[in-house]
Design a protein around this ligand. Structure first.
Ligand SMILES: Nc1ncnc2c1ncn2[C@@H]1O[C@H](COP(=O)(O)OP(=O)(O)OP(=O)(O)O)[C@@H](O)[C@H]1O
Length: 607
């Protein structure tokens, strides 16, 4: 839908210079759409910025973040461990200030979620105290203090985490209206996929950059698929869109994916939700003619038996059928069990869990060198580089001498590290070569592609000889593949532009390093990870109370917002099926007696 509209705008405006901004929530969706647009209108992608919300925010801050004191080479803290370390630092420094006392139990790990929530709501640092007090939050004053200091620390260390990318972008656009004017001039069309997932801050950004003219903005949304309520998504957003933009709406009830029987279940289920858009039409199956068991329901004594049966059922299919199967569940714990059973049955498994950082030593070494070239005093990257280098080369480079050499000679950390390494007699000739002919030119030219090729080639040679750490090459081959794919996707994303090093690093930080699925592997996905996807045969396991719906929703009650979200989770899961749907449940799950999910009854399934 979105891609067809982009293609049509491009066709109809050939020769014109305005650009199109299309935003998605996942890199995968953005990459798929780019592929489809390229197929529909080859050679026109240069006029389209098709990217994720976060990546667009990073781009805005690269270009204009100096107004907020961020340099374009800012670092993105993509994992919670780094955010926690920064917050820990912040708390430690506040504690040193004797004039202000923080509650003894204030620890980074416990406070991070609260800080994240404040950032997601884009609470200005100087308003946090009042707002937290008004909301009767315990320890409002110290929490506000920590929050303000955390935002300040991000600025001082020239770093941003995911929620602050969005929050700072909104601040930027709010404080500098000339930027909004500029963006509106450049992007005559703004399109957004999965609009229902936008949180309040993202919506405010969208409202600023889209011209008030309703022809500018085009969104695709389904309020029956809001499953990120906990992350700020809300049915209110669609209502706000109607009120703020005067949008014209086109309902698309036709469903081309699922068999009619699945559509019947989906409709029966979702109509139980109370706060759907008024006048929402039920889904209409376009597919006709079914063969075999389109919907199957099985129950078991224990979840162990349930997972074992699913594994057997999938393994007994022919290879073609097996490739089209997926196991979905509400929680990761269920999927891990199903995955284990599948592996025992000889079926390879694919998990979609996000992978923030590379795991193999060569890729860690590459990534930390690139980070050090970009941010020359990044001590954390220096430590990571030394660790990876030790695993590969067996030479231990202590950080203290590197730091003092850097400070004494006024050198950046990478150059000082190189000097330390080169003093070692034990250095292999190939490694010396890499450092001489690889890193030095990289430092001068920033040609990361060339350097990456050299380092990966050198690593390949290292792999042949025994290494001090036998785990150094775990996941190496697949990560080389991931590296190639990422660089190629990033190049496509910035079609026609030279992707500089800090753009590359930002994109790397924003992208999961999960390897691509091997064709014969069976996906085991949480419902959230399966959103937007489709599979021939869907096995939805764990259809019991306290799983789907979750314990929390069941506790909140049948009419609660939480229960409605669980119903949408179930709706999303079953509507992934193209050919068949298998629903399973057990009397006992992880040692607890469980009742069948209320959603089975709501779908009209008799037990
Ligand atoms: N007009 C059409 N004719 C035939 N097939 C179609 C048509 N439109 C969509 N499809 C197919 O239906 C399936 C679902 O389409 P699409 O991914 O656009 O749906 P969607 O609304 O984004 O679904 P969801 O939001 O539930 O993930 C895809 O396999 C797509 O190829």
């Amino acid at each position: 839908m979105l891609t067809c509209r982009i293609a049509r705008i491009l066709e109809q405006s050939a020769g014109q210079h305005f650009r199109i901004l299309a935003l998605t929530f996942t890199n995968k969706a953005a990459a798929e759409m780019r592929g489809r647009v390229e197929e529909l209108v080859p050679g026109e992608l240069g006029r389209v910025r098709l990217t994720t919300f976060h990546s667009y925010a990073a781009e805005l801050l690269q270009q204009h973040g100096n107004h907020l004191s961020f340099r374009p080479d800012f670092q993105i803290l993509s994992n919670d461990a780094d955010r926690e370390a920064l917050l820990d630092d912040v708390i430690g420094r506040i504690r040193k200030n004797l004039a202000f006392s923080l509650p003894g139990h204030f620890k980074a790990a416990q406070l991070l979620p609260a800080v994240t929530r404040l950032l997601e709501q884009c609470v200005p640092a100087d308003r946090a105290e009042v707002l937290l007090q008004q909301a009767n939050v315990e320890n409002a004053i110290p929490l506000a203090r920590v929050y303000a200091a955390y935002r300040e620390a991000l600025r001082k260390t020239n770093a941003l985490d995911f929620p602050s990318l969005i929050a700072e972008s909104l601040d930027l656009l709010t404080q500098y209206p000339f930027l909004v004017k500029h963006i509106r001039k450049v992007y005559k069309h703004i399109l957004l996929d999965e609009f229902q997932d936008t949180n309040h801050t993202q919506y405010r950004i969208l409202s600023l950059i889209a011209q008030p003219d309703p022809t500018t903005l085009f969104v695709v949304a389904d309020d029956d698929q809001i499953i990120y309520q906990w992350n700020g998504a809300s049915p209110k957003r669609i209502q706000a869109l109607r009120a703020d933009f005067g949008v014209s709406e086109l309902q698309l009830p036709e469903n081309y994916r699922c068999p009619p029987l699945v559509i019947e279940l989906a409709n029966s289920l979702i109509e139980k939700n109370l706060n759907r858009s008024a006048g929402k039409k039920p889904l209409k199956a376009v597919k006709q003619g079914e063969s075999g068991d389109v919907v199957r329901v099985f129950h078991f004594n224990t979840v162990d038996e349930e997972a074992g049966w699913i594994a057997q059922d999938i393994s007994q299919r022919n290879p073609e059928g097996r490739k089209n199967c997926a196991v979905l569940a509400r929680t990761k714990k269920l999927l891990d069990l199903a995955g284990r059973k599948l592996e025992e049955a000889g079926v390879p498994v694919y998990y979609a869990a996000r992978k923030d950082e590379f795991k193999s030593a060569p890729l860690r070494m590459l990534h930390s060198i690139l980070r050090l070239v970009n941010a020359t005093d990044d001590k954390q990257s220096l430590a990571r580089l030394s660790k990876a280098f030790y695993e590969l080369e067996g030479i231990s480079i202590e950080l203290a001498p590197v730091l003092s050499r850097a400070s004494a000679d006024g050198k950046d950390l990478l150059r000082a590290w190189l000097d330390e390494v080169k003093r070692r007699d034990a250095l292999e000739e190939e490694t010396r070569q890499l450092l001489e002919t690889g890193i030095k030119p990289l430092l001068n030219s920033l040609n990361y592609r060339d350097f990456a090729d050299k380092l990966l080639k050198w690593s390949g040679a290292c792999q042949q000889s025994s290494r001090p750490d036998e785990n150094a090459f775990n996941e190496f081959e697949e990560e080389c593949e991931v590296w190639k794919i990422l660089v190629s996707e990033i190049t496509k994303k910035f079609e026609g532009e030279d992707v500089n090093l800090h753009q590359l690093l930002h994109e790397l930080d924003l992208t999961s390093k999960t390897p691509p699925k091997q064709s014969e592997a069976v996906p085991c996905f949480t419902i959230h990870a399966s959103k937007g996807m489709e599979f021939g045969h869907v096995y939805l396991m764990g259809m019991v109370e306290d799983q789907l719906p979750s314990y929390w929703a069941a506790k909140k009650g049948d009419k609660s917002l939480e229960m409605q979200e669980e119903r949408r989770n179930c709706f999303v899961a079953i509507t992934r099926a193209q050919e068949s749907l298998t629903l399973t449940f057990s009397a006992e799950v992880f040692g607890w007696a469980k009742q069948p999910s209320r959603f089975l009854g709501e779908m009209g399934i008799e037990i």
